[in-house]
Design a binder for this molecule. Structure first.
Ligand SMILES: Cc1cc2nc3c(=O)[nH]c(=O)nc-3n(C[C@H](O)[C@H](O)[C@H](O)COP(=O)(O)OP(=O)(O)OC[C@H]3O[C@@H](n4cnc5c(N)ncnc54)[C@H](O)[C@@H]3O)c2cc1C
Length: 446
């Protein structure tokens, strides 16, 4: 096993840092067992980090930090049942092309694919689509090293209560070493992306979301425009390029849209807006007006996810689907009343309910409203205002995105809260996997 003594760690957004006593890099499950047993003996806490893409302190520790990047192998592909068994450290961006080559795909994905599979499921990471669920819902088996260094195998038949809770475990139940995922047959997405008046989008969104596989919109503050994305699942192949020049042109158009407009230009505009805030509304109008309309068909994971190079801070809330648009309209009003401009879009997605105790969509079809600010700019007043609105709808914050809640306010919104806490006590009786964020949102282990 590789090990390294104290080094500063920070997350993707740069708003969470820590100085772990040691950073451990296990090569296999036996190494993980040894790390947990040793930490228990020495009275130290242990925290696994995936890709560090959470905005909250969920992966922060000043004690033993574990990176399971090396446990990222493909262990088995079951073509009959469409399942794949992988080392828990595998990144979605590495997994997706491998699945594709095997004729398989993840049923649904979020906006990016740099997360580890175990990090993504642990925070209830999701994409969009009322007929689809959280990434964690696709998990059908796991191996976890618990707080006593024992390996627990779980699925619907074996240790079903643990399995039920551990798919969204917030890193509080143990170290996941292996994940089995229920995939689907590989598919393409027919993507239509267009700029529309925000009123048209909000008036029709609930109806469209019932008939569109994957739908979301991004509203640019201080403008009346939104980018609406509608993706339809298809087995139809992408149209063949007419010739080499046509193929190059298509690739260039995509690069221009995703890389130049959404990353390079958007980043430059945010820097400019930070230096000269009164320019923000004008810059927002330029961003909203710039993107145009795009329509294409390609591999599912390439449509779901895009690169996000401009660093930001984010808060996201899930509310019952019927209140989503109302809550969004209140966020629009709030932004209008703020004493500063917001230069990042508000994102709106939908998702079908699942039954996982700590999933943000547990027991209810949900609308997700995400707010962002450019990194190193003030967010507190804006995000607190959004959180107050969401409280009126029993809003649930994304576990990996900024929020100001604690276990007393959160427990009421999760019907299976106690069931999760029972499994937490069983899996981590000595509190090895706790940290200040978990103590706050889940409460101290009692
Ligand atoms: C640019 C960007 C875009 C994003 N887009 C989306 C999106 O579209 N949808 C969405 O829902 N979220 C999104 N997120 C949030 C992100 O998906 C989550 O925060 C996710 O948890 C990050 O995965 P990670 O591998 O970086 O995990 P980390 O942030 O490193 O860790 C998250 C949690 O998982 C635990 N964990 C990690 N590995 C293990 C393991 N092996 N065993 C036990 N616990 C473990 C950690 O201890 C921690 O508690 C986005 C974040 C960013 C920065």
């Amino acid at each position: 096993m590789n090990s390294q003594s104290s080094k500063t760690w920070s997350n993707w957004a740069g708003n969470q840092t820590s100085n772990p006593l040691s950073i451990k890099k296990p090569q296999n499950e036996e190494d993980v067992v040894e790390i947990v047993k040793e930490a228990k003996k020495r009275g130290l806490k242990v925290k696994v980090v995936g890709s560090g893409h959470s905005f909250t302190g969920i992966a922060v520790t000043d004690e033993v930090l574990v990176s399971i990047d090396a446990i990222a192998d493909i262990r088995d592909v079951d073509f009959g049942n469409l399942t794949v068994r992988v080392g828990a450290g595998i990144k979605l961006c590495d997994l997706n092309p491998i699945l594709q080559r095997s004729g398989l795909a993840m049923p649904n994905l979020g906006d990016i694919v740099y997360q580890s599979i175990s990090g993504a499921i642990s925070t209830s990471t999701h994409g969009t689509g009322l007929e689809f669920k959280t990434i964690a819902d696709a998990v059908c088996g796991m191996r976890i090293v618990d707080g006593q260094g024992q390996v627990v195998e779980c699925d619907k038949q074996k240790n079903p209560e643990i399995f039920h809770a551990a798919r969204v475990g917030l890193g509080a139940l143990g170290i996941i070493t292996e994940v089995t995922i229920q995939c689907v047959e590989a598919f393409n997405l027919h993507a239509v992306e267009e700029i529309l008046p925000i009123g048209e989008v909000t008036n029709n969104f609930d109806r469209w979301s019932k008939t569109t596989d994957h739908i979301e919109f991004f509203w640019m503050p201080n403008t009346d425009k939104a980018l609406l994305k509608r993706n339809t699942r298809t087995l139809e192949a992408p149209p063949r390029p007419r010739n080499k020049r046509h193929s190059l042109k298509r690739r260039w158009n995509r690069f221009k849209n995703e890389e130049i407009k959404q990353n390079v230009l958007f980043g430059a505009m945010n820097h400019l807006g930070k230096i000269i805030p009164p320019l923000v509304p004008k810059l927002n109008s330029m961003v909203a007006g710039e993107s145009g309309r795009a329509e294409y068909i390609t591999t599912s994971y390439e449509v779901f996810a895009s690169p996000r190079r401009v660093r930001f801070y984010e808060m996201e809330y899930a509310v019952p689907i019927n209140y989503g648009i109302e809550a969004f309209r209140r966020v629009v009003e709030l932004i209008g009343d703020l004493d500063h401009y917001i230069s990042f879009p508000v994102e709106y997605r939908v998702l079908g309910k699942d039954e996982i105790p700590m999933s943000t969509a547990t027991g209810r079809d949900s609308a997700f409203i995400a707010v962002h600010v450019f990194r190193n700019t003030p967010f507190e007043k804006y995000f607190q205002g959004v959180e107050e609105i969401m409280a009126d709808y029993e809003g649930r914050p994304h576990w990996g995105k900024l929020n100001f809640q604690d276990h007393e306010t959160l427990s009421n919104n999760y019907p299976q809260w106690e069931a999760f806490q029972n499994i937490r006590r069983l899996m981590d009786p000595f509190g090895i996997f706790t940290n200040p964020y978990l103590d706050k949102v889940l409460g101290p282990l009692t």
